[in-house]
Design a protein around this ligand. Structure first.
Ligand SMILES: Cc1cc2nc3c(=O)[nH]c(=O)nc-3n(C[C@H](O)[C@H](O)[C@H](O)COP(=O)(O)OP(=O)(O)OC[C@H]3O[C@@H](n4cnc5c(N)ncnc54)[C@H](O)[C@@H]3O)c2cc1C
Length: 459
């Protein structure tokens, strides 16, 4: 705020965009497209869309936006669900234009932040390598995933995607280009990983790689109830016999809920011993389904559902998702309460599900990931796939998400901030808890004018 008598700097409102390697679009179609995301609930139309040709373009446009008092947000694949990459009357950058995947160099690869994980995976598999952790859906951008954290099927072993980043090139909110890692600009590195894009824009990341297996032996297990499913999740999390243990609760049209574990053992060469893998499990034997898939096909397992939902139109309907973590000590009562509150046909949809996947917390290192105090916790997500594009129904579920989050938090749970409901500044502080000071200090240092990524409403 200007003080009395001071001459306030006049915003350079009419200043044209600087010369660019890429282009700056102001046509209505480009601006409308940038006001959409996978949530289809929040719509903020920017004044223009940068299609960057280089990281210099991002720095130049951040400075241009700042000089004109405008905000800026990068967009990866726009798969957030509550307008987090949108900016009303500000500037967005379509980072998917920066998508070069570098040569595989032993245990690492350098990729542009706009590359999709599916393309990164194809490139690394050609050299027998794989990122250690991938999200369940691999059409997300590298940058958009790192700033969320990136929970995947091997998180119990390798942490979140953000934990597999060796270094990053970042353009800060002051338009400065910096490289950061755990040993260089570590405050920036730690604020970028799971930091919701509050202090910088990732342009490039060096990702750790491990040897890729050829195949996945997959066991789809069904349980009569939640308690029996949890019993096996605890058993399997404890003995590491599988590489992947994920859970889901689905609502069959016949009514009630079905409880499922998806357990996978990776292998190259001889298949694993099935009998040893299922020894002592309490699933319903007749319902057990066992298959072998190529490693890529397993990781790409959501492609068929995406095609189906694109085909029936539901991909383009609102998606009021709730994503959280619940500690093992509270999980059974929390899940039972939330299932009691759920009316599956309207609240989940035929193709929706409640994810309940065990995660060993010790593997997660990114400081801004907020997790319950228990060593074993669960990703507890309402993946709602409504059968209607009625925005009133979506807003009802946004309110339901907020109420559920209150109950989950009250039971020691935490948010995975891919959620569809608003949080106030005070609620964000409470979410980050003891880590907020670290993010706040990085904000003041790297984005003091609060230009970047306003969609979360943290600062
Ligand atoms: C179908 C589906 C499946 C999903 N599965 C998983 C899953 O298995 N595990 C999981 O963890 N998450 C999952 N998610 C959530 C997803 O990881 C996040 O929504 C992620 O942020 C989306 O990446 P995106 O490229 O679409 O980013 P966008 O939606 O484009 O952006 C998300 C946020 O990141 C910021 N951002 C984007 N690029 C950059 C960058 N280069 N630098 C800095 N900030 C940036 C944006 O400004 C915005 O705030 C899923 C989402 C969907 C829709």
């Amino acid at each position: 705020m200007a003080t009395r008598g001071a001459i306030a700097a006049k915003p350079k409102e009419d200043e044209p965009p600087p010369p660019l390697d890429g282009e700056f679009k102001t046509d209505r179609a480009a601006r409308d497209a940038a006001a959409e995301d996978f949530g289809h609930i929040v719509h903020n139309r920017p004044e223009g869309v940068l299609i960057p040709g280089s990281d210099n373009d991002i720095a130049a446009i951040i400075n241009w936006a700042k000089d004109r008092g405008r905000k800026f947000a990068p967009q990866g694949q726009s798969h957030s669900v509550f307008g987090r990459s949108e900016v009303e009357n500000g500037v967005v950058a379509d980072i998917s234009a920066l998508n070069t995947i570098g040569a595989i160099d032993g245990d690492r690869v350098v990729v542009d932040a706009g590359a999709k994980w599916s393309d990164v995976l194809r490139a690394t598999l050609a050299q027998g390598k794989t990122p250690p952790v991938l999200t369940d859906y691999i059409e997300l951008s590298v940058g958009g995933t790192i700033v969320a954290g990136g929970v995947g099927s091997t998180t119990s072993t390798h942490g979140v995607v953000a934990d597999t980043v060796i270094s990053m090139d970042v353009v800060t909110g002051t338009g400065e280009k910096l490289t950061c890692s755990s040993s260089s600009n570590a405050d920036l590195f730690n604020a970028m990983r799971a930091g919701l894009g509050q202090v910088g824009v990732i342009t490039r990341a060096t990702i750790k790689l491990i040897d890729a297996p050829e195949s996945a032996r997959r066991f789809q297990l069904t349980y009569p109830d939640l308690a029996t499913m949890l019993k096996d999740q605890r058993l399997l999390s404890g003995d590491n016999r599988f590489d992947v243990v994920q859970g889901a609760i689905v609502a069959p049209p016949s009514g009630g809920f079905a409880f499922r574990i998806d357990a996978v053992k990776y292998f190259t060469g001889s298949p694993p011993d099935d009998a040893a893998l299922v020894a002592g499990l309490s699933d319903i034997p007749d319902a057990r389904r066992v298959s072998t898939l190529a490693y890529f096909d397993y990781l790409n397992r959501l492609a068929a559902l995406e095609a189906l939902l694109r085909g029936n139109g539901q991909w383009f309907f609102p998606h009021p998702w709730l994503t959280s973590f619940v500690g093992d000590s509270q999980v059974e009562s929390v899940v039972n309460t939330e299932l009691d509150n759920l009316n599956p046909p309207e609240d989940l949809g035929q193709f929706g599900q409640v994810i309940l996947s065990p995660i060993k917390k010790s593997a997660i290192k990114s400081p801004l990931m907020r997790l319950p105090s228990d060593g074993l916790c669960y990703a507890f997500n309402f993946v709602r796939v409504p059968t209607t594009d009625d925005i009133a129904n979506a807003n009802r579920l946004v309110d339901a998400n907020k109420a559920a989050y209150g109950r989950i938090k009250g039971a020691g749970g935490t948010l995975y901030p891919v959620h569809a409901f608003p949080l106030s500044g005070a609620e964000w502080r409470s979410h980050f808890g003891s880590a907020f000071g670290q993010l706040d200090a990085a904000k003041r240092k790297f984005d003091p004018n609060k230009i970047l990524t306003p969609g979360y409403e943290i600062f």
